[in-house]
Design a protein around this ligand. Sequence first.
Ligand code: DOR
Ligand code: ZN
Length: 433
Amino acid sequence: MLVTDGVITRVEPGLGTDGQVLNAAGMYVMPGAVDVHVHSRDPGFPEKEDFASLTEAAAAGGVTVVLDMPNTVPAVDSAGVLEAKAALAHSKARVDFGLWGLMRSSTTPDELEEMAAAGAVGFKAYLAYSFSLSRKQVLYAPGSEDPDLEPPADYGTLARLAPVVAHLGLPLAIHAEDPTVLAAFRRPLLTYQDLLESRPPEAEAVALSAAAAVAREAGAHLHVAHLSSALGLQAAEDAMAIGTTLTLETCPQFLLLSADDFDRVGPAMKMLPPIRTAADRAALVDGLQRGVISMVSTDHAPHTDEEKARPLEEAPSGSPGVQTLYLSCLQLAKDMGDVWLAPRWVSESPARLAGLENSKGAVAPGYDADIVVVDPRRKTRVAAHEMRSRQRHSAIEGKEFDFAIAQVYLRGEPVGQGSKAQGRMVRPALVVR
Ligand code: DOR
Ligand code: ZN
């Protein structure tokens, strides 16, 4: 392979020995991962994570692009906030990054257009989470009579704004939990079973089906974040069968774990939607193998080690995961009989979602030289205390993978511990329809 000015120019053997030569004999040379779902916490809660620690963890794990969710504080609900966040991220990022915009129930078409012009990769609607007007923050609660809490985006919001999103040619991502289903099952969370019963798979399936109907009517591309259930997968397949433009992402924790693991793992495993039954896990692995689920992201969502050590009810939801994305997927792919499925799930399909299919997601001439060298002769055991995230817990602590990440390059430059803030913002090629 020949790399010139950060771009792959030729991929063939025997290209000579001019310049810097790297020997990857016995290794897999794969495209860097594009993790379409991370939470940097920056700005807002840099003690949990910031763009430096997030992207160091990403680089160590072979993730060369992260797409950051808009629930930082202040939330990314306007072009001005997006531009300020972009400047902050640019000053710290070790890998490339893109930014999602937030769709609030009060968002206007102009705000969406301005965020798109400022480089948003798409828009995210949190169907079960309200918005604190004074704190400018997405809250993990559906809202109340409190006038400070703006109600979550709902199906009316989607119906009103999906045509605008379709016109901009960007994806509309949803956190697929229906608040009315959640309200019917609310209960104290004393056990993991309580958590499962309080967030039933119907919440995912209902939200997904309703949003899909709206998106189909508007001609918008619906993207479902962190798919977690067999019922949600069925709802998605039904919507796809009648022509909805729909992409699905699931996460390593839903593919590697089930509720049975909670006694061993504890609240590090608490996230929303929850890690469900062994049958849900099997359905998601099957959906991935069949290609219905086209990508794997992490929902890397750090909270402090101290917060996560609290009892189940009080522990916040979400766990770090960006550093173990590629290894998890390599193992799943190997177990399915083809390691090359992994770069499709973590690189090729996500790059397409982000509108980066001409520069990221492949090891081919004309593409950025974002390269991961994988050693299939070395094993890796997940030890959260060795992770680069600011938080040192992991839902998959102790898992063993038959691979190690040997070297990672961002636009031809090695990245890893101590590397500089060389990340750039990625922007989708905007095709206004
Ligand atoms: O578990 C979760 N954590 N689910 C979400 O929807 C949000 C995320 C976070 O930001 O912590
Ligand atoms: Zn998330």
